[in-house]
Design a binder for this molecule. Structure first.
Ligand code: ADP
Length: 225
C-alpha cells in the first residue's frame, strides 16, 4: 500500500492541465499579474504563439514567439493545426499551435494565455472543457491612465489611443468565467492562485481518480464482513 502522502502527490501528477486565458483592458496590470503568477508556480507554462512577422529587437525565438515563414503558416492552416489564429490579409499572421499547448496539457501542466476575446471565442469552440477564462478590471478609469503613465512605455498619443479603446475592451467582461478587480497586485495574485487551485481539483482534470477509486473499491470489497 502506498504511503498516504504519496497518494496526494500521485493524484496531483496524474491529471489533465487547464488553459488559463487572461484578458484585461490595457493598463489594468495583466502582464504584471501574469509574471508574478508564473514566478511562483513552475507548473504554469506560458503559451508561445507563432507569427510570420520578423522579430523585434530583443525578442527571442521560442520565448516571445516562434517565428515562421508564410509557407509554414499556410501549411499549419491547411492541417487545422491552430487552436486560434489571426490571419490578417495585409499585416502579420499569428496563431496558437494545438501541438504546443497539448504537449503541456496532456502531462498535467497548465498553460497561461494572454489573449483577447476573439481568441477566447475560437479556443472555446475547439477546447471548451479545458478553458478557464479570467478577466481583470481596473479599480477606476483614472487609475488606468495613472498606471499607463507610470509604466513609461507609451507616448501620450498611444496612451490616449488605449484610453479610447477601454469601453470597447470592457464590453466583453461578461464572456469570462472569473472577474477580478486589480486593486492591489499581491491580493490579485492570491485570488487568482485560489482560482487556479480550485480548477485543478475539478473531477474532469483529475484523470488519476478512476484508478484510485477502483483500488479503494477493491479494498472495500475485501473488508466487507
Ligand atoms: P497591462 O498588461 O494590463 O497593460 P501592466 O501589467 O503593464 O498592464 O501594468 C501597467 C502599469 O501598472 C505597470 O507600471 C504596473 O507596474 C502597474 N500596476 C499593475 N498592477 C497594479 C496595481 N494593482 N496597482 C498599482 N499599479 C499596478
Amino acid at each position: 500500500m502506498t504511503d498516504n502522502a504519496d497518494i496526494i502527490n500521485h493524484l496531483r501528477n496524474v491529471r489533465r492541465g487547464a488553459m488559463f486565458i487572461f484578458e484585461a483592458p490595457s493598463g489594468t496590470g495583466k502582464s504584471t499579474v501574469i509574471k508574478e503568477l508564473m514566478k511562483s508556480d513552475s507548473n504554469l507554462k506560458f503559451s508561445v504563439s507563432v507569427t510570420t512577422r520578423t522579430p523585434r529587437e530583443g525578442e527571442k525565438d521560442g520565448v516571445d514567439y516562434f517565428y515562421i515563414t508564410d509557407e509554414q503558416y499556410d501549411e499549419y492552416l491547411k492541417q487545422g493545426a491552430f487552436y486560434e489564429y489571426v490571419d490578417s490579409q495585409y499585416g502579420s499572421r499569428y496563431g496558437t499551435l494545438k501541438s504546443e499547448v497539448d504537449s503541456f496539457i496532456n502531462v498535467g501542466q497548465d498553460v497561461v494565455f494572454d489573449m483577447d476575446w476573439m481568441g477566447l471565442r475560437q479556443m472555446k469552440e475547439k477546447a471548451p472543457d479545458d478553458i478557464v477564462s479570467i478577466y481583470m478590471l481596473p479599480p477606476s478609469i483614472k487609475e488606468v491612465r495613472r498606471r499607463l503613465i507610470d509604466r513609461q512605455t507609451d507616448s501620450i498619443e498611444t496612451i490616449n489611443k488605449r484610453m479610447n479603446l477601454l469601453r470597447d475592451k470592457m464590453s466583453h467582461w461578461n464572456e469570462y468565467d472569473y472577474v477580478v478587480v486589480n486593486v492591489d497586485v499581491a491580493q490579485t495574485v492570491e485570488t487568482i492562485k485560489e482560482i487556479i487551485s480550485a480548477e485543478r481539483m475539478k473531477r474532469v482534470r483529475q484523470t488519476g481518480l478512476a484508478d484510485f477509486v477502483k483500488k479503494l473499491d477493491d479494498e472495500a470489497k475485501g473488508n466487507e464482513a
